[in-house]
Design a protein around this ligand. Structure first.
Ligand code: ATP
Ligand code: MG
Length: 353
């Protein structure tokens, strides 16, 4: 049995249906991401697990026990909020000690635990500082230590890095991954940043309009999006119309929409690839975006603006240049399903990839 389970959870805020038939199952010790657009119900799910919100129907099960009627404070949960939510008028030491004082733990035991946590989060020597005297990354690490202090079995983090700038954010997410592996604590974190979820999580639960669209490992989700929403939401997907006009793609069923990702496309200078020349499309480069380690080349094909990533080590391509565009694969939407269509020229044995 999984460690945290949600069975058929529904939740309304007045008439608004914020959680719809939510079923979730999380194994002990895993780091799971709740990923979805703003308003899709991520925080609501987290708050129900924490006991800060009651579902209208369904069961929340922790470690085999239904906890719907167990107060949040007795569920063994630590919560890290989006905007640090440190107590401004308390120094770092008192912030971390807070949950232990609520539990009336003796001061000498508190001192031991706070000292241990300060080392864990690399903030030794900062115990007398107030939140306003800390960097964003430090504040978030203190918030993490405060949530961990009472030894929770489950850690919930609501957009823990949202207010932190890009570089520190990258460091912090690697740090968080290492911490959680080390502590082996079942953790659920909310994010709307897919890169964060893909890099950090063992499993991703994608939410959309109050529902769970799909859950699985980052690889499963990335490679096999199960619904049209996931196909457009994950990866750098662009919607394409009339994909059957692309060479070597046949129309399947009554489809009008398909999604293409840059990694499904290669762009070659004329004569650069003998291999794909016969099954490539000719197109004119409309835009080039320098991305540091590579470039994004944009071309228009059958009225669709599509992108490919190209190494900066390859011969340079310029705007206005006529190029060969080879499309390997495409996600085709058929009703509620998504099918991966492959360029049929790839079946030709003359082409080696
Ligand atoms: N207390 C509340 N009263 C009324 N409506 C609410 C309440 N809490 C949430 N909602 C609504 O429920 C929906 C889901 O909200 P929730 O906070 O779970 O979304 P979210 O996925 O966390 O979004 P974000 O990424 O913006 O934080 C939203 O439309 C929100 O307006
Ligand atoms: Mg939220």
């Amino acid at each position: 049995m999984a460690y945290v389970e949600l069975h058929d959870i529904n939740k309304h805020f007045k008439k608004f249906h914020a959680s719809k038939d939510i079923n979730i199952s999380i194994e002990k010790g895993k780091l799971v991401a709740l990923l979805g657009p703003s308003g899709s119900g991520k925080t609501t799910i987290l708050r129900m697990i924490a006991g800060l919100e009651q579902p209208d129907s369904g069961e929340i099960v922790i470690d085999g026990k239904v906890v719907n009627n167990v107060p949040g404070s007795e569920r063994g949960i630590g919560f890290v909020f989006q905007n640090y939510a440190l107590f401004r008028y308390m120094n770092v030491y008192d912030n971390i000690a807070f949950g232990l004082r609520v539990k009336k733990v003796p001061e000498d035991k508190i001192k031991e635990r706070v000292t241990e946590l300060l080392t864990l989060i690399n903030c030794e020597g900062l115990e007398k500082r107030y939140p306003s005297q800390l960097s964003g990354g430090q504040k978030q690490r203190v918030a993490f230590a405060r949530a961990l202090a009472p030894n929770p079995q489950i850690l919930l983090l609501d957009e823990p890095f949202a207010a932190i700038d890009a570089k520190v954010r990258l460091e912090l997410r690697t740090w968080l991954r290492q911490m959680i592996t080390k502590l082996n604590i079942t953790s659920i974190f909310v994010t709307h940043d897919q890169d964060e979820a893909i890099e950090v999580a063992d499993e991703i639960i994608v939410t959309n309009q109050g529902r769970v669209e799909q859950s699985g490992t980052p690889q499963e989700l990335y490679k096999n999006p199960a619904t049209p929403f996931v196909a457009q939401f994950i990866g750098n997907s662009v919607e394409v119309k009339n994909y059957d006009k692309f060479r070597y793609f046949d129309k399947t069923g009554e489809t009008s929409v398909a999604y293409l990702r840059p990694e499904f496309v290669s762009i070659f200078k004329k004569g650069e690839s003998v291999q794909f020349a016969n099954s490539a499309e000719e197109a004119v480069v409309e835009d080039i975006i320098f991305r540091g380690s590579n470039i994004e080349v944009k071309v228009r094909i059958h009225d669709n603006l599509i992108s490919a990533i190209r190494s900066i080590n390859n011969p340079e391509i310029k705007v206005g240049e006529t190029v060969d565009v080879f499309i390997y694969r495409i996600y085709v939407v058929q009703g509620d399903e998504v099918i991966l269509a492959t360029n049929s020229s790839l079946a030709d044995e003359a082409i080696v990839i």
